[in-house]
Design a protein around this ligand. Structure first.
Ligand code: GDP
Ligand code: MG
Length: 167
């Protein structure tokens, strides 16, 4: 099996870190600064009979005041077309207007969506995974939810298995 997997989410949620960890190499540029990934980046992972082409996107920015923001929004949106699986990455510690923007696009996606709740390693608010999670799950009733830590590699095996099942 083989297919395209788009990794979407607002800037700084950990999309590029996730792709790097899945691939086991530094391909996508990661940074504390938003806008580090300006183009869609492809990473191909082949394992036995499964080949997944991951597309790391620049992240959607709040409606483009600048030409660069508009360019990045178009680039990220184009990745949502003609993909087999979408990984929607959110940061468990924070929900913003930009997450909302991404959510509204992801709700239009026809195919399977996996909601990856990232940065579960962050120690603050250990009790709660994410304040909005229950609400968010209702917004995406067909999405599979996986808590992950892209940085530490926690639960990425589960994430990759869910992707493979949907290719
Ligand atoms: P992107 O803009 O969505 O591609 O985000 P990046 O992958 O560039 O990551 C943004 C910041 O979040 C970087 O400083 C990463 O080191 C950090 N980050 C990413 N994943 C995790 C995680 O699982 N845990 C923690 N604590 N930080 C993370
Ligand atoms: Mg990035």
């Amino acid at each position: 099996r083989c297919g395209y997997v788009a990794i979407v989410g607002r800037p700084n949620v950990g999309k590029s870190t996730l792709l790097n960890h899945i691939l086991g190499q530094k391909l996508a540029i990661t940074s504390r600064k938003p806008q580090t990934t300006r183009h869609n980046m492809l990473g191909i992972k082949t394992e036995s009979a499964i080949q997944a082409v991951y597309v790391d996107t620049p992240g959607l920015h709040k409606n483009g005041e600048t030409a660069l923001n508009r360019y990045m929004n178009r680039t990220a949106s184009s990745a949502l077309k003609d993909v087999d699986v979408v990984i929607f990455v959110v940061d468990r510690t924070r929900w913003t207007d930009e997450d909302q923007l991404v959510l509204e696009r992801v709700q239009y996606v026809q195919g399977p969506v996996i909601l990856a709740v990232n940065k579960t390693d962050r120690v603050e608010d250990k009790g709660e995974l994410m304040p909005h999670l229950e609400w968010l799950a209702q917004q995406l009733p067909n999405a599979e939810i996986v808590p992950i830590s892209a940085q530490h590699g926690h639960n990425l095996d589960t994430l990759e298995r869910l992707v493979a099942e949907r290719l």
